[in-house]
Write a protein that binds this ligand. Sequence first.
Ligand SMILES: N[C@@H](CCC(=O)N[C@@H](CS)C(=O)NCC(=O)O)C(=O)O
Length: 208
Amino acid sequence: MKLHVAPPSPRAFKVLAVARHLGLEFELCPVDLLNGAHMRPEFAALNPNKKMPVLEDDGFVLWESNGIIQYLASKAPERGLLPSNPRARADVARWQFWESCHWDPACSTLVFEHLVKKLFGQGDPTPEQVAKGEESVRRFGEVLNGCLAGRRYLCGDTLTLADFSVGAWMNYADRAHYPVEDFKEIRHWYAGLMELPAWRESIVAPPF
Ligand SMILES: N[C@@H](CCC(=O)N[C@@H](CS)C(=O)NCC(=O)O)C(=O)O
């Protein structure tokens, strides 16, 4: 199995962390976004969106990070990252959709403004964009913080894909200045995720 990833990205992180947590064997194929490797025809043939991450498994090609981690989880169903009980499974799916629709756009706005722009030589953060990102992180962070109250993990007592999808963005909370200092439940939950060996192993020093 090949994982085409740019490891500093949270979207790559969740894929790598889930694969490692499950002990799956894979070949890490780095995608050099800085040098436009994702724009080359051979990469576009794998993902016409010209975006990483992409999984290749014996002729099967899959893109979209949340889709990829669902596929990885299905290789080790006994580990419970994607429960089979319909309600528990729907709860995990709910948080993964929430991450794609709300949390990713909120956090990635701040990651882009504070970190990525510098890396690509695109100038200083744009104040209006920073304000927009902060407002969204506050709005959706409040939801996340409230739902985490009294829970060890996002969907209850058991670690699931929801924690990987949503938690991946927290790796940049300090560096990208997310306004989450007052969200104690989020901080506490994230500290627990950081104790997972696969989580720590998948955090790489960002190139910025
Ligand atoms: N929804 C996609 C987003 C993938 C994505 O935006 N990847 C970025 C890097 S974090 C990328 O490859 N960007 C290159 C580009 O858009 O040119 C996922 O979760 O897999």
